[in-house]
Design a protein around this ligand. Structure first.
Ligand code: SF4
Length: 333
């Protein structure tokens, strides 16, 4: 859809009851570019003017972003009509098609999600407290959540937290997509499930493992959130090795031996290793021992049998997570 089609779709939408209580839906503003801000919904001023992010919260956000040297290319709202309060999940769902039509038109590399509604509109399982300040990937867009600027206007501690979030966002944007993807873990550190929480230093946890077993660790990581990124990567690597060693120790040794042979043979006959393809191509028994593939992949990497190619593909196991594609170093043509 072109620009006019997208604007027409938004301003003529009557898909939910919010339309009846507002002046009219407020479409995006801006042009295609690298960074687009995704907000919650139009406020009173935006409703009157028909332009997003022009009220006090919008100005606050512009100021905070300018402090760290970020000048967004566009602004989109999760819900396009003035909700007279906080939009409900039903409103978010009703307006989903408008949000994505506008984002796809602007086609940014990075989405800055401001506030709970914007974050949960992308990843419904994430709470702002734990979802903010870390890189995510949704529909191939690199996303990063922080507080809504209205919270910063109300409370200086939110403003301070937002400042540090935005500084980290700037670091990650400057580092580029590949670096960003290094912080996206392919699976929970304790099991093979796709993580729902991404930590700032590249470790991930599924919903089962995070809340009780890892919460203190998680809080410690939050405290260290703004340490040097490289130091964080080292800590992450150490902890990942530890988690992988525990998985390996718990696995069936016969399965491990068989799977290692299959993996090495696969690397001889395939230029690339992508975990979904590997399972499909080899027919290796998967369900119970799937987690044990992680240590074998790392062993193969340590033995210089494969390296990360820098390419990521969406996993069929999840419509939210990209996983790394590895390059075989022993592929025989
Ligand atoms: Fe349509 Fe979104 Fe407005 Fe509801 S909030 S009427 S879905 S534009």
């Amino acid at each position: 859809m072109g620009r006019i089609d997208v604007v027409r779709q938004v301003v003529t939408c009557t898909a939910c009851e919010l339309r009846e209580g507002c002046t009219g839906p407020v479409p995006f503003r801006g042009d295609p570019g690298g960074i687009v801000v995704v907000g919650e919904a139009p406020g009173e001023q935006e409703d009157r003017s028909g332009r997003p992010f022009i009220g006090p919260a919008g100005h606050k956000l512009t100021d905070l972003l300018a402090e760290v040297g970020i000048y967004p290319d566009g602004y989109v709202n999760t819900v396009s009509c003035f909700p007279h309060g906080t939009p409900t999940p039903g409103h978010v769902e009703a307006c989903e098609h408008n949000k994505w039509a506008q984002i796809d038109l602007l086609d940014p590399t990075y989405l800055l999600l401001v506030g709970k509604v914007a974050l949960k509109g992308m990843r419904s399982e994430l709470e702002l407290k734990r979802g903010r300040g870390r890189p995510l990937v949704v529909n191939d867009r690199l996303c990063f959540g922080t507080y809504h600027p209205a919270a910063a206007l109300r409370n200086s501690s939110y403003e301070a937290a937002m400042r540090s979030d935005l500084a980290r966002f700037k670091d990650l944007v400057d580092a580029g997509r590949d670096r960003w993807m290094e912080f996206i873990p392919p699976s929970c550190a304790a099991c093979p499930v796709d993580p729902v929480y991404y930590e700032p230093d590249g470790l991930g946890w599924c919903a089962v493992h995070l809340p009780t077993t890892v919460a203190p660790l998680y809080e410690a990581i939050l405290a260290a959130q703004h340490d040097d990124l490289e130091a964080a990567r080292v800590r992450s690597g150490q902890r990942r090795d530890h988690a992988l060693a525990a998985v390996e120790a718990a696995a069936d040794p016969d399965w491990m031996a068989q799977a290692w042979d299959v993996l090495v043979e696969y690397l001889r006959t395939h230029a690339e290793f992508f975990v979904d393809d590997f399972w499909n191509d080899t027919g290796l028994a998967k369900p119970r021992e799937a987690r044990a593939l992680g240590p074998l992949v790392m062993r193969a990497a340590r033995q210089d049998l494969m390296v990360k190619s820098g390419v990521f593909r969406k996993s069929t196991a999840s419509n939210m997570t990209e996983k790394p594609v590895w390059r075989s170093l022993i592929h025989v043509t």
